[in-house]
Ligand binder design. Structure first.
Ligand SMILES: Nc1ncnc2c1ncn2[C@@H]1O[C@H](COP(=O)(O)OP(=O)(O)OP(=O)(O)O)[C@@H](O)[C@H]1O
Ligand SMILES: [Mg+2]
Length: 437
Protein backbone atom coordinates (compact mmCIF):
# COMPACT_ATOMS: atom_id res chain seq x y z
CA UNK A 1 0.00 0.00 0.00
CA UNK A 2 2.79 2.39 0.95
CA UNK A 3 4.54 1.50 -2.24
CA UNK A 4 1.46 2.53 -4.23
CA UNK A 5 1.16 5.79 -2.31
CA UNK A 6 4.82 6.47 -2.85
CA UNK A 7 4.45 5.90 -6.55
CA UNK A 8 1.41 8.14 -6.69
CA UNK A 9 3.23 10.98 -4.93
CA UNK A 10 6.19 10.52 -7.22
CA UNK A 11 3.91 10.83 -10.21
CA UNK A 12 2.42 14.03 -8.85
CA UNK A 13 5.78 15.63 -8.14
CA UNK A 14 7.38 17.55 -10.96
CA UNK A 15 10.25 15.78 -12.67
CA UNK A 16 12.57 18.70 -13.17
CA UNK A 17 15.00 19.82 -10.51
CA UNK A 18 14.01 23.45 -10.99
CA UNK A 19 10.33 22.83 -10.23
CA UNK A 20 11.16 20.52 -7.33
CA UNK A 21 13.34 23.24 -5.82
CA UNK A 22 10.58 25.76 -6.35
CA UNK A 23 8.11 23.51 -4.52
CA UNK A 24 10.52 23.17 -1.60
CA UNK A 25 10.52 26.97 -1.29
CA UNK A 26 6.88 27.65 -2.10
CA UNK A 27 5.13 25.02 0.05
CA UNK A 28 6.42 26.31 3.43
CA UNK A 29 5.58 29.87 2.39
CA UNK A 30 2.03 28.92 1.47
CA UNK A 31 1.56 26.96 4.70
CA UNK A 32 2.93 29.88 6.71
CA UNK A 33 0.66 32.32 4.91
CA UNK A 34 -2.47 30.26 5.42
CA UNK A 35 -1.68 29.74 9.11
CA UNK A 36 -0.98 33.40 9.74
CA UNK A 37 -4.11 34.43 7.84
CA UNK A 38 -6.35 32.00 9.72
CA UNK A 39 -4.93 32.96 13.11
CA UNK A 40 -5.12 36.65 12.35
CA UNK A 41 -8.58 36.48 10.86
CA UNK A 42 -10.08 34.39 13.59
CA UNK A 43 -8.43 35.37 16.80
CA UNK A 44 -7.50 38.93 16.15
CA UNK A 45 -9.72 40.48 13.58
CA UNK A 46 -13.04 38.81 14.30
CA UNK A 47 -12.65 39.00 18.08
CA UNK A 48 -11.73 42.67 17.96
CA UNK A 49 -14.69 43.38 15.69
CA UNK A 50 -17.08 41.58 18.01
CA UNK A 51 -15.80 43.62 20.98
CA UNK A 52 -16.14 46.89 19.09
CA UNK A 53 -19.63 46.06 17.89
CA UNK A 54 -20.71 45.11 21.38
CA UNK A 55 -19.45 48.45 22.75
CA UNK A 56 -21.21 50.37 19.98
CA UNK A 57 -24.53 48.61 20.44
CA UNK A 58 -24.24 49.15 24.20
CA UNK A 59 -23.72 52.85 23.62
CA UNK A 60 -26.74 53.05 21.31
CA UNK A 61 -28.85 51.11 23.78
CA UNK A 62 -27.85 53.51 26.56
CA UNK A 63 -28.86 56.41 24.32
CA UNK A 64 -32.21 54.83 23.53
CA UNK A 65 -32.97 54.07 27.18
CA UNK A 66 -32.07 57.61 28.29
CA UNK A 67 -34.16 59.03 25.44
CA UNK A 68 -37.17 56.95 26.32
CA UNK A 69 -37.30 57.94 29.98
CA UNK A 70 -40.67 59.66 30.47
CA UNK A 71 -39.56 63.12 31.46
CA UNK A 72 -36.20 63.18 29.74
CA UNK A 73 -34.83 66.23 27.99
CA UNK A 74 -34.81 64.58 24.61
CA UNK A 75 -32.90 67.29 22.81
CA UNK A 76 -30.21 67.29 25.44
CA UNK A 77 -29.82 63.50 25.29
CA UNK A 78 -29.60 63.51 21.49
CA UNK A 79 -27.09 66.36 21.32
CA UNK A 80 -24.87 64.91 24.01
CA UNK A 81 -24.88 61.53 22.29
CA UNK A 82 -24.03 63.01 18.89
CA UNK A 83 -21.30 65.15 20.33
CA UNK A 84 -19.47 62.32 22.14
CA UNK A 85 -20.02 59.36 19.87
CA UNK A 86 -19.32 60.74 16.38
CA UNK A 87 -22.63 59.19 15.35
CA UNK A 88 -25.32 61.21 13.52
CA UNK A 89 -28.81 60.53 14.84
CA UNK A 90 -32.06 61.46 13.14
CA UNK A 91 -35.49 60.64 14.50
CA UNK A 92 -38.26 59.85 12.00
CA UNK A 93 -41.56 60.28 13.78
CA UNK A 94 -44.47 58.04 12.77
CA UNK A 95 -42.52 56.33 10.02
CA UNK A 96 -41.70 52.69 9.32
CA UNK A 97 -38.61 51.06 7.76
CA UNK A 98 -39.56 50.97 4.13
CA UNK A 99 -36.66 49.05 2.62
CA UNK A 100 -35.94 45.37 2.93
CA UNK A 101 -32.75 44.60 4.79
CA UNK A 102 -30.07 42.85 2.77
CA UNK A 103 -27.67 41.17 5.10
CA UNK A 104 -24.54 39.69 3.62
CA UNK A 105 -24.19 36.20 5.07
CA UNK A 106 -20.46 36.07 4.36
CA UNK A 107 -19.63 39.38 6.04
CA UNK A 108 -18.36 38.98 9.62
CA UNK A 109 -19.32 42.63 10.33
CA UNK A 110 -22.95 42.03 9.45
CA UNK A 111 -22.98 38.84 11.43
CA UNK A 112 -21.66 40.31 14.68
CA UNK A 113 -23.85 43.41 14.35
CA UNK A 114 -26.95 41.30 13.97
CA UNK A 115 -25.99 39.12 16.89
CA UNK A 116 -25.45 42.08 19.24
CA UNK A 117 -28.62 43.91 18.18
CA UNK A 118 -30.67 40.78 18.69
CA UNK A 119 -29.22 40.21 22.14
CA UNK A 120 -30.48 43.67 23.14
CA UNK A 121 -33.97 42.85 21.79
CA UNK A 122 -34.01 45.72 19.31
CA UNK A 123 -36.00 45.91 16.11
CA UNK A 124 -33.47 46.98 13.53
CA UNK A 125 -32.46 47.52 9.93
CA UNK A 126 -28.93 48.10 8.71
CA UNK A 127 -26.82 48.47 5.61
CA UNK A 128 -23.08 48.10 5.87
CA UNK A 129 -22.17 48.16 2.22
CA UNK A 130 -23.92 51.19 0.73
CA UNK A 131 -21.23 53.63 1.81
CA UNK A 132 -17.56 52.96 2.00
CA UNK A 133 -16.87 54.70 5.28
CA UNK A 134 -20.30 54.76 6.95
CA UNK A 135 -22.77 52.21 8.19
CA UNK A 136 -26.48 53.00 8.39
CA UNK A 137 -28.45 51.56 11.26
CA UNK A 138 -32.16 52.08 11.92
CA UNK A 139 -33.86 51.11 15.17
CA UNK A 140 -37.55 51.09 15.81
CA UNK A 141 -39.00 53.22 18.56
CA UNK A 142 -42.50 53.47 19.94
CA UNK A 143 -43.33 56.53 17.81
CA UNK A 144 -41.18 55.98 14.75
CA UNK A 145 -37.55 55.08 14.23
CA UNK A 146 -34.00 56.37 14.72
CA UNK A 147 -31.47 56.47 11.97
CA UNK A 148 -27.83 56.25 13.08
CA UNK A 149 -25.03 57.05 10.66
CA UNK A 150 -21.99 55.35 12.15
CA UNK A 151 -18.35 55.69 11.02
CA UNK A 152 -17.19 52.28 9.83
CA UNK A 153 -14.09 52.29 12.04
CA UNK A 154 -16.40 52.06 15.07
CA UNK A 155 -17.30 48.53 13.93
CA UNK A 156 -14.15 47.06 12.48
CA UNK A 157 -10.42 47.48 12.89
CA UNK A 158 -7.85 47.49 10.08
CA UNK A 159 -8.88 46.56 6.60
CA UNK A 160 -8.41 42.89 5.72
CA UNK A 161 -7.41 43.85 2.21
CA UNK A 162 -4.37 45.78 3.37
CA UNK A 163 -3.39 42.92 5.60
CA UNK A 164 -3.77 40.42 2.75
CA UNK A 165 -1.70 42.64 0.50
CA UNK A 166 1.02 42.94 3.10
CA UNK A 167 1.20 39.23 3.59
CA UNK A 168 1.05 38.21 -0.10
CA UNK A 169 3.44 40.78 -1.52
CA UNK A 170 6.50 39.55 0.43
CA UNK A 171 5.54 35.95 -0.40
CA UNK A 172 5.46 36.74 -4.11
CA UNK A 173 8.75 38.56 -3.74
CA UNK A 174 10.35 35.56 -1.98
CA UNK A 175 9.12 33.16 -4.67
CA UNK A 176 10.38 35.49 -7.42
CA UNK A 177 13.81 35.65 -5.81
CA UNK A 178 13.76 31.86 -5.40
CA UNK A 179 12.97 31.44 -9.10
CA UNK A 180 15.94 33.58 -10.10
CA UNK A 181 18.28 31.73 -7.73
CA UNK A 182 17.01 28.30 -8.72
CA UNK A 183 17.36 29.09 -12.41
CA UNK A 184 20.97 30.05 -11.80
CA UNK A 185 21.58 26.90 -9.77
CA UNK A 186 20.04 24.47 -12.23
CA UNK A 187 21.61 25.97 -15.34
CA UNK A 188 25.07 24.46 -14.73
CA UNK A 189 23.53 21.01 -14.12
CA UNK A 190 21.60 21.29 -17.38
CA UNK A 191 24.77 22.37 -19.14
CA UNK A 192 26.64 19.38 -17.77
CA UNK A 193 23.85 16.98 -18.76
CA UNK A 194 23.79 18.44 -22.25
CA UNK A 195 27.56 18.13 -22.62
CA UNK A 196 27.52 14.50 -21.40
CA UNK A 197 24.73 13.68 -23.81
CA UNK A 198 26.62 15.17 -26.72
CA UNK A 199 29.85 13.48 -25.78
CA UNK A 200 28.04 10.15 -25.39
CA UNK A 201 26.64 10.55 -28.88
CA UNK A 202 30.11 11.10 -30.22
CA UNK A 203 29.59 14.75 -31.08
CA UNK A 204 32.65 16.87 -30.78
CA UNK A 205 32.26 19.39 -27.96
CA UNK A 206 34.44 22.31 -27.07
CA UNK A 207 36.15 22.39 -23.73
CA UNK A 208 33.58 22.21 -20.93
CA UNK A 209 33.84 25.07 -18.46
CA UNK A 210 32.53 24.03 -15.03
CA UNK A 211 30.30 26.55 -13.25
CA UNK A 212 27.79 26.78 -10.41
CA UNK A 213 27.89 25.50 -6.83
CA UNK A 214 31.02 23.66 -5.72
CA UNK A 215 29.55 20.14 -6.00
CA UNK A 216 28.29 20.80 -9.52
CA UNK A 217 31.57 22.45 -10.43
CA UNK A 218 33.37 19.37 -9.12
CA UNK A 219 31.20 17.08 -11.24
CA UNK A 220 31.85 19.26 -14.29
CA UNK A 221 35.55 19.27 -13.59
CA UNK A 222 35.61 15.48 -13.28
CA UNK A 223 33.58 15.13 -16.47
CA UNK A 224 36.06 17.26 -18.35
CA UNK A 225 38.94 15.19 -17.00
CA UNK A 226 37.22 11.98 -18.03
CA UNK A 227 36.37 13.35 -21.46
CA UNK A 228 39.98 14.32 -22.09
CA UNK A 229 41.23 10.94 -20.92
CA UNK A 230 38.82 9.08 -23.21
CA UNK A 231 39.71 11.29 -26.16
CA UNK A 232 43.40 10.81 -25.52
CA UNK A 233 42.90 7.07 -25.30
CA UNK A 234 40.91 6.97 -28.54
CA UNK A 235 43.42 9.10 -30.37
CA UNK A 236 46.31 7.05 -29.07
CA UNK A 237 44.68 3.84 -30.23
CA UNK A 238 43.91 5.00 -33.73
CA UNK A 239 47.23 6.77 -34.09
CA UNK A 240 49.07 3.63 -33.09
CA UNK A 241 47.07 1.42 -35.42
CA UNK A 242 47.38 3.76 -38.35
CA UNK A 243 51.09 4.07 -37.57
CA UNK A 244 51.48 0.30 -37.71
CA UNK A 245 49.41 0.06 -40.88
CA UNK A 246 51.43 2.77 -42.47
CA UNK A 247 54.78 1.28 -41.50
CA UNK A 248 53.80 -2.16 -42.73
CA UNK A 249 53.27 -0.83 -46.23
CA UNK A 250 57.00 -0.30 -46.81
CA UNK A 251 58.05 -3.92 -46.14
CA UNK A 252 55.04 -5.06 -48.17
CA UNK A 253 56.16 -3.02 -51.16
CA UNK A 254 59.63 -4.42 -50.68
CA UNK A 255 58.23 -7.96 -50.65
CA UNK A 256 56.36 -7.25 -53.86
CA UNK A 257 59.58 -6.20 -55.54
CA UNK A 258 61.39 -9.25 -54.24
CA UNK A 259 58.68 -11.48 -55.75
CA UNK A 260 60.22 -10.75 -59.13
CA UNK A 261 63.32 -12.62 -58.07
CA UNK A 262 61.47 -15.87 -57.39
CA UNK A 263 61.47 -18.32 -60.24
CA UNK A 264 58.61 -20.62 -59.21
CA UNK A 265 55.45 -19.29 -60.92
CA UNK A 266 52.91 -20.94 -58.58
CA UNK A 267 54.77 -19.64 -55.57
CA UNK A 268 54.73 -16.16 -57.04
CA UNK A 269 50.96 -16.34 -57.52
CA UNK A 270 50.30 -17.52 -54.02
CA UNK A 271 52.57 -14.92 -52.48
CA UNK A 272 51.22 -12.10 -54.52
CA UNK A 273 47.60 -12.87 -53.64
CA UNK A 274 48.53 -12.93 -49.96
CA UNK A 275 50.41 -9.68 -50.29
CA UNK A 276 47.46 -8.11 -52.12
CA UNK A 277 45.13 -9.15 -49.35
CA UNK A 278 47.40 -7.68 -46.71
CA UNK A 279 47.67 -4.48 -48.67
CA UNK A 280 43.91 -4.26 -48.94
CA UNK A 281 43.52 -4.72 -45.22
CA UNK A 282 45.99 -1.96 -44.51
CA UNK A 283 44.48 0.41 -47.04
CA UNK A 284 41.00 -0.20 -45.75
CA UNK A 285 42.02 0.50 -42.20
CA UNK A 286 44.07 3.56 -43.09
CA UNK A 287 41.24 5.02 -45.08
CA UNK A 288 38.79 4.50 -42.25
CA UNK A 289 41.01 5.98 -39.57
CA UNK A 290 41.90 9.06 -41.58
CA UNK A 291 38.27 9.69 -42.55
CA UNK A 292 36.77 9.25 -39.13
CA UNK A 293 39.33 11.47 -37.46
CA UNK A 294 38.76 14.44 -39.65
CA UNK A 295 35.03 14.52 -40.05
CA UNK A 296 32.87 17.14 -38.32
CA UNK A 297 29.21 16.83 -37.35
CA UNK A 298 26.61 18.19 -39.72
CA UNK A 299 22.82 18.25 -39.88
CA UNK A 300 21.10 16.35 -42.67
CA UNK A 301 17.70 14.81 -43.47
CA UNK A 302 17.87 11.08 -42.82
CA UNK A 303 15.38 9.75 -45.41
CA UNK A 304 17.12 11.64 -48.17
CA UNK A 305 20.46 10.45 -46.89
CA UNK A 306 19.37 6.78 -46.98
CA UNK A 307 17.74 7.19 -50.39
CA UNK A 308 20.97 8.63 -51.79
CA UNK A 309 23.02 5.74 -50.48
CA UNK A 310 20.65 3.19 -51.95
CA UNK A 311 20.41 4.97 -55.30
CA UNK A 312 24.17 4.79 -55.66
CA UNK A 313 24.00 1.00 -55.61
CA UNK A 314 21.60 1.18 -58.57
CA UNK A 315 20.30 -2.25 -57.73
CA UNK A 316 16.70 -3.35 -58.03
CA UNK A 317 17.06 -5.93 -55.30
CA UNK A 318 17.10 -3.21 -52.67
CA UNK A 319 13.74 -2.01 -51.41
CA UNK A 320 13.45 1.06 -49.19
CA UNK A 321 10.62 1.95 -46.79
CA UNK A 322 11.07 5.57 -45.78
CA UNK A 323 9.87 7.08 -42.50
CA UNK A 324 8.99 10.52 -41.11
CA UNK A 325 11.18 13.47 -41.96
CA UNK A 326 14.04 13.75 -39.52
CA UNK A 327 17.01 16.09 -39.28
CA UNK A 328 19.96 14.29 -37.77
CA UNK A 329 23.14 15.73 -36.35
CA UNK A 330 26.07 13.39 -37.06
CA UNK A 331 29.10 12.57 -39.14
CA UNK A 332 27.46 12.02 -42.51
CA UNK A 333 30.31 10.40 -44.41
CA UNK A 334 31.13 7.97 -41.60
CA UNK A 335 27.50 6.90 -41.33
CA UNK A 336 27.36 6.51 -45.08
CA UNK A 337 30.41 4.28 -44.92
CA UNK A 338 28.87 2.21 -42.17
CA UNK A 339 25.62 1.66 -44.11
CA UNK A 340 27.52 0.98 -47.32
CA UNK A 341 29.42 -1.80 -45.56
CA UNK A 342 26.20 -3.40 -44.34
CA UNK A 343 24.46 -3.17 -47.69
CA UNK A 344 27.54 -4.53 -49.47
CA UNK A 345 27.53 -7.50 -47.13
CA UNK A 346 23.90 -8.24 -47.88
CA UNK A 347 24.45 -7.84 -51.62
CA UNK A 348 27.29 -10.32 -51.37
CA UNK A 349 25.13 -13.01 -49.83
CA UNK A 350 21.54 -12.48 -50.94
CA UNK A 351 19.10 -11.54 -53.68
CA UNK A 352 16.58 -9.51 -51.78
CA UNK A 353 17.20 -6.65 -49.41
CA UNK A 354 14.72 -4.52 -47.51
CA UNK A 355 15.73 -1.38 -45.68
CA UNK A 356 13.28 0.27 -43.31
CA UNK A 357 13.65 3.62 -41.59
CA UNK A 358 11.58 4.52 -38.55
CA UNK A 359 11.56 7.54 -36.28
CA UNK A 360 10.91 6.61 -32.66
CA UNK A 361 10.79 8.75 -29.54
CA UNK A 362 14.32 10.09 -29.13
CA UNK A 363 15.94 7.61 -31.48
CA UNK A 364 15.87 6.35 -35.04
CA UNK A 365 15.69 2.75 -36.12
CA UNK A 366 17.12 1.34 -39.33
CA UNK A 367 16.48 -2.29 -40.26
CA UNK A 368 18.39 -4.01 -43.00
CA UNK A 369 16.99 -7.42 -43.84
CA UNK A 370 18.14 -9.88 -46.49
CA UNK A 371 17.32 -13.42 -47.62
CA UNK A 372 20.88 -14.78 -47.52
CA UNK A 373 22.30 -17.54 -45.32
CA UNK A 374 22.30 -15.26 -42.22
CA UNK A 375 24.79 -15.51 -39.37
CA UNK A 376 24.45 -18.28 -36.76
CA UNK A 377 23.84 -17.09 -33.20
CA UNK A 378 27.26 -18.19 -31.93
CA UNK A 379 29.00 -16.09 -34.59
CA UNK A 380 26.99 -12.89 -34.15
CA UNK A 381 29.40 -11.46 -31.62
CA UNK A 382 32.55 -12.55 -33.44
CA UNK A 383 31.74 -10.97 -36.78
CA UNK A 384 32.13 -7.54 -35.20
CA UNK A 385 35.77 -8.29 -34.41
CA UNK A 386 38.24 -6.71 -36.82
CA UNK A 387 39.51 -9.00 -39.59
CA UNK A 388 37.07 -11.73 -38.62
CA UNK A 389 35.45 -13.72 -41.41
CA UNK A 390 33.10 -16.59 -40.75
CA UNK A 391 34.68 -19.02 -43.15
CA UNK A 392 36.86 -18.81 -46.15
CA UNK A 393 34.43 -20.41 -48.58
CA UNK A 394 31.72 -17.83 -47.88
CA UNK A 395 33.86 -14.86 -48.70
CA UNK A 396 35.61 -16.43 -51.61
CA UNK A 397 33.23 -14.78 -54.10
CA UNK A 398 34.91 -11.46 -53.77
CA UNK A 399 38.03 -10.66 -51.89
CA UNK A 400 37.10 -9.52 -48.42
CA UNK A 401 39.03 -8.24 -45.47
CA UNK A 402 36.74 -8.81 -42.51
CA UNK A 403 36.65 -5.19 -41.42
CA UNK A 404 33.23 -4.18 -42.75
CA UNK A 405 31.09 -4.98 -39.70
CA UNK A 406 33.66 -3.83 -37.17
CA UNK A 407 34.00 -0.46 -38.89
CA UNK A 408 30.21 -0.16 -39.16
CA UNK A 409 29.67 -0.88 -35.48
CA UNK A 410 32.50 1.43 -34.49
CA UNK A 411 30.83 4.31 -36.32
CA UNK A 412 27.37 3.55 -34.94
CA UNK A 413 28.68 3.28 -31.37
CA UNK A 414 30.66 6.49 -31.68
CA UNK A 415 27.31 8.17 -32.42
CA UNK A 416 25.96 6.74 -29.16
CA UNK A 417 23.95 4.17 -31.08
CA UNK A 418 23.62 0.38 -31.10
CA UNK A 419 23.84 -2.29 -33.75
CA UNK A 420 22.39 -5.76 -33.33
CA UNK A 421 22.13 -8.85 -35.50
CA UNK A 422 19.20 -11.22 -35.64
CA UNK A 423 17.26 -13.35 -38.07
CA UNK A 424 15.29 -11.61 -40.80
CA UNK A 425 11.73 -12.41 -41.86
CA UNK A 426 13.18 -13.57 -45.19
CA UNK A 427 15.36 -16.12 -43.41
CA UNK A 428 18.60 -14.21 -43.80
CA UNK A 429 20.32 -11.63 -41.65
CA UNK A 430 18.59 -8.71 -39.97
CA UNK A 431 20.73 -5.80 -38.87
CA UNK A 432 19.04 -3.40 -36.47
CA UNK A 433 20.65 -0.01 -35.96
CA UNK A 434 19.36 2.49 -33.44
CA UNK A 435 20.76 5.99 -33.19
CA UNK A 436 19.78 8.59 -30.61
CA UNK A 437 18.94 12.09 -31.84
N1 LIG B 1 24.34 -10.16 -44.69
C1 LIG B 1 25.12 -11.20 -44.34
N2 LIG B 1 24.66 -12.46 -44.52
C2 LIG B 1 25.46 -13.49 -44.15
N3 LIG B 1 26.67 -13.39 -43.61
C3 LIG B 1 27.16 -12.15 -43.41
C4 LIG B 1 26.41 -11.00 -43.75
N4 LIG B 1 27.14 -9.90 -43.42
C5 LIG B 1 28.29 -10.37 -42.93
N5 LIG B 1 28.31 -11.70 -42.90
C6 LIG B 1 29.43 -12.55 -42.42
O1 LIG B 1 30.14 -11.80 -41.44
C7 LIG B 1 31.51 -11.77 -41.75
C8 LIG B 1 32.12 -10.47 -41.37
O2 LIG B 1 31.60 -9.40 -42.18
P1 LIG B 1 32.48 -8.14 -42.48
O3 LIG B 1 31.65 -7.21 -43.26
O4 LIG B 1 33.04 -7.69 -41.21
O5 LIG B 1 33.65 -8.70 -43.35
P2 LIG B 1 33.70 -9.06 -44.88
O6 LIG B 1 32.44 -8.69 -45.54
O7 LIG B 1 34.12 -10.48 -44.94
O8 LIG B 1 34.88 -8.14 -45.36
P3 LIG B 1 34.88 -6.59 -45.77
O9 LIG B 1 33.50 -6.09 -45.50
O10 LIG B 1 35.88 -5.99 -44.89
O11 LIG B 1 35.24 -6.57 -47.20
C9 LIG B 1 31.59 -12.02 -43.25
O12 LIG B 1 32.77 -12.71 -43.54
C10 LIG B 1 30.39 -12.88 -43.51
O13 LIG B 1 30.71 -14.22 -43.43
MG1 LIG C 1 31.66 -6.77 -45.45
Amino acid sequence: MFYGLNKFIKQLLPKQLFYRGLLIVAIPIIILQVTISVVFFDSLWIKTNVGMTRALVGEIKTFLDSYNVANANKNFVENTFEEHSEIDVTFFRDEQFSEIMREKWYSPIDRSLRRELKSKNLIYWFDTSKFKKKVILKIKNEFGYFEFIIPRERLTSTSVRIFALWITLPAILIVAIAIIFLKNQTRPIKKLAEASKKFGRGERIDEFVPSGASEIRQAGYEFEKMRKRILRHLNQRSEMLSGISHDLRTPLTRMKLQLALIKDKTLINRFSSDIDEMEKMLNEYLQFSSESNKEQNEIFEFNKFLKNIIEKFNNEMIKFNSGDELYFNGRRLSLQRSLNNLIENSLKFSNKIEITFQKLKGSILINIEDDGPGIPIEERENVFKPFYKIDKSRSEKSASVGLGLSIASDIIRSHGGRIELSESKFGGLKVVISLPF
